[in-house]
Design a protein around this ligand. Structure first.
Ligand code: HEC
Length: 155
C-alpha cells in the first residue's frame, strides 16, 4: 500500500499548500473577490441592461432580434394564450390562430386592442419582440392532414 511515488506526491502537495500561508490566503481572497464581482456583474446586467434593452425595443417599436418560433412557443404558454386558444393554437374559447395566422399587423393590433372578450396585452406585458416570436410560432405550426388522407373522412 505504501507507494513511494504517491507519498512523495502527497508530501510535495502538503508542502506547497503550507509553505506559504500568506500566498494561499491571497489566492483564496482573490477567488472570493472574483466571485463577488461576477455575481455583482450578473445582477447589474439583470437590473440595468434588460429593462433598457426592452425600453429600446418598445421605443423604436421594432423587435430587436429575429423572431424565434421556439421562444414564441414558450411565450404562448407563459402568457396564457394557450388557455383560450388551445395548446396547439387550434382554438378553444378563442378562435384557432394557426397555422396560417392572420397577417402580423392584424394580430399585433388585436392583441393590443381586442374588440370583444379577449383581454388586452399592452407592450408592458408582451413586448413587440415577444409578439413577433409568438407570431413566428403560429406560422411554424404544422399543417393539418388533408381530408382525403384520413380514412374515416374519405369513406
Ligand atoms: C381569456 C381568454 C384569452 C386569452 C388568454 C387570449 N385570448 Fe386571444 N382571443 C380570445 C377570444 C375569445 C378571441 C375572439 C375575439 C374576442 O372575443 O375578443 C380572441 C381573439 C384573438 C385573436 C384574433 C383572432 C381572429 O381570428 O380574429 C388573436 C390574434 C389572438 N386572440 C391572439 C392571442 C394571443 C397572442 C394571446 C396571448 C398573448 C391571446 N390571444 C390570449 C381569448 C383569449
Amino acid at each position: 500500500m505504501s507507494n513511494p511515488t504517491n507519498a512523495a506526491a502527497t508530501g510535495s502537495l502538503e508542502r506547497s499548500a503550507f509553505q506559504n500561508p500568506l500566498q494561499a490566503h491571497i489566492v483564496a481572497m482573490a477567488a472570493i473577490i472574483a466571485s463577488i464581482a461576477v455575481i455583482a456583474g450578473a445582477l447589474a446586467l439583470l437590473i440595468f441592461v434588460r429593462p433598457s434593452a426592452a425600453a429600446q425595443a418598445t421605443a423604436s417599436g421594432k423587435p430587436d432580434q429575429a423572431a424565434s418560433a421556439e421562444r414564441g412557443k414558450k411565450l404562448f404558454v407563459s402568457y396564457g394564450c394557450y388557455e383560450c386558444h388551445g395548446r396547439a393554437a387550434q382554438g378553444g374559447v378563442g378562435p384557432r390562430l394557426g397555422p396560417d395566422p392572420l397577417p402580423l399587423a392584424f394580430v399585433e393590433k388585436y392583441v393590443r386592442h381586442p374588440t370583444a372578450s379577449m383581454p388586452p396585452y399592452t407592450t408592458k406585458t408582451v413586448s413587440d419582440q415577444e409578439l413577433a416570436d409568438i407570431y413566428a410560432y403560429l406560422k411554424s405550426l404544422p399543417q393539418p392532414p388533408k381530408e382525403n388522407s384520413i380514412p374515416l373522412l374519405s369513406q
